[in-house]
Design a protein around this ligand. Structure first.
Ligand code: ZN
Length: 473
């Protein structure tokens, strides 16, 4: 297949991003070649193609988003417990209780709805982590979503303890499944957290990660309870204990990191460890992690949504404006702000404004659109070499989006990267390719996703299963 547009986003977080006219050759699930060229160059290339030549001029082509931490099935819990549930540890107090009643078929039915929402938000690849790994992979295949599925592994606490061996087996069944691999569905190893997984199981996971070249995807230091247990059981921090088990020898995606000190961050190796920041979820279940500290420590980090139960949406693009604004928020919670609130004096107002200017100048590229977009494109896209994503380049998987730049949310299109990072562009998303396959036709994404019979059937089954689940609870 040969695609061309006068506006294609090329590059990554290392090279920077450009928007230029280019032809993209797609073969199977991957991008074979990318040739910056004008319309005449495209016509020349097209001569060697009998069919499958698509002129997408007038549309912007970008990589599809990668949502590197989510639990699709938890879409079923969106809104459960209300704001009060977020007062204390919502994972242990509410989600574990609900999850102990979930059946495998529920996981598949609920995950399909989370998958539809993800696709609608421009996500082609999810890093999924949940109980019922085989069912999760099936839900991805049902809807056309790609991703790395980490069946949740727990042996100390949580609803997955009794399912440990079945989820271990599910991980390796996925690894052996070539049909799923061809669709872009791969396994990751999914230890739940540092306080729900024993040292023996962490070591077993690390050995398997090394032997089979798998990525370890886990929650880390996400609650004060987890940190307390680390100190009480092991006399060190959550990450300090993880390092002691040897788990940091593996390639790891470690998510949340609410309680990470400078000493903890020094344990991480930027060549194989990436931290995950889920701002809108953390704002609800805890408070935002100190990503400026992560950045200062030189640890790679990405942006993801976490689940709909704690977010409440599944679009990683909308998290970016919050990330950009952290630079300004530092002034809002500063000691200068407290002093000004108390005195009301002009001198304290000047000091507060100075604080804002200092932070702005100290982080000059913090809010740069290309840097923000990299956190949902190429940084998560290079986590695992089995499926390079988040970039339009030879060898990367063909996960692409087309955008209607004549849409009012894009107008006047002066700086499309800024629009993609800061505006509300997903309404203008009109085409999507996952693993080299179009979802519907270019220009028809919305109707292909939500107005065909498959979605209605999926929703009816999820409705019925949610009703039964709530009745069991
Ligand atoms: Zn999570």
């Amino acid at each position: 297949m040969l695609l061309w547009s006068d506006q294609v986003v090329l590059g990554d977080h290392e090279s920077g991003l450009t928007v230029e006219a280019a032809a993209i050759e797609v073969e199977g699930c991957r991008i074979r070649a990318v040739s910056p060229c004008d319309r005449a160059g495209f016509a020349e290339l097209a001569e060697s193609y009998d069919e499958d030549v698509i002129d997408l001029s007038g549309r912007l082509i970008t990589p599809a988003f990668v949502n590197a931490h989510t639990h699709l099935s938890m879409a079923a819990f969106r809104g459960i417990g209300g704001a009060a549930a977020m007062r204390d540890n919502v994972v242990e107090n509410l989600y574990f209780a609900l999850e102990s009643h979930i059946e495998d078929a529920d996981v598949r039915a609920f995950a399909r709805l989370g998958a539809y929402e993800s696709l609608r938000a421009g996500v082609a690849v999810v890093w999924e982590h949940y109980y019922g790994g085989t069912q999760l992979a099936a839900a991805l295949a049902d809807t056309g979503l790609a991703g790395f599925v980490a069946p949740t592994l727990q042996d100390l606490d949580g609803p997955g303890v009794a399912r440990l061996e079945s989820q271990w087996q599910a991980t390796f069944d996925l690894l052996a499944n070539d049909d799923l691999a061809e669709r872009g569905i791969f396994p990751a190893l999914g230890p739940h957290a540092t306080d729900t997984v024993s040292g023996d199981l962490w070591r077993r996971i690390t050995d398997a990660a090394t032997t089979h070249d798998l990525t370890v995807h886990a929650h880390l230091a996400q609650s004060i309870e987890e940190l307390r247990r680390a100190w009480q059981r092991h006399g060190t921090s959550a990450l300090g204990w993880l390092a002691r088990t040897g788990a940091l020898e593996a390639r790891c995606l470690l998510v949340h990191g609410i309680f990470l000190s400078q000493q903890d961050l020094a344990l991480l190796d930027p060549t194989r460890h990436t931290l995950g920041f889920c701002p809108y979820s953390q704002l609800q279940f805890s408070f935002p992690a100190d990503v400026q500290g992560w950045q200062a420590a030189g640890v790679p980090w990405l942006v993801a949504t976490d689940c709909a139960a704690s977010n409440d949406g599944m679009g990683p693009q909308k998290e970016l404006r919050y990330v950009a604004g952290l630079r300004a928020m530092a002034a809002a919670s500063s000691t200068e702000q407290v002093a000004f609130r108390e005195s009301g004096s002009l001198a304290d107002a000047e000091a507060l404004q100075n604080r804002r200017q200092r932070t702005f100048d100290a982080w000059p590229n913090w809010a740069d659109p290309a840097q923000l977009l990299a956190r949902v494109w190429s940084i998560p896209g290079q986590l695992d070499p089995k499926m390079p994503s988040g970039v339009i380049a030879p060898g990367a998987w063909a996960h692409l989006l087309t955008w209607d730049v004549a849409h009012p949310n894009f107008w006047p299109g002066t700086d499309v990267l800024r629009t993609l990072a800061y505006a509300e562009p997903t309404d203008a998303l009109d085409g999507m390719m996952v693993s080299g396959r179009w979802i519907g036709q270019p220009g028809q994404l919305r109707s292909a996703l939500l107005h065909d019979g498959d979605y209605d059937d999926a929703r009816r089954e999820a409705d019925a299963r949610l009703k039964l689940l709530l009745a069991r609870i």
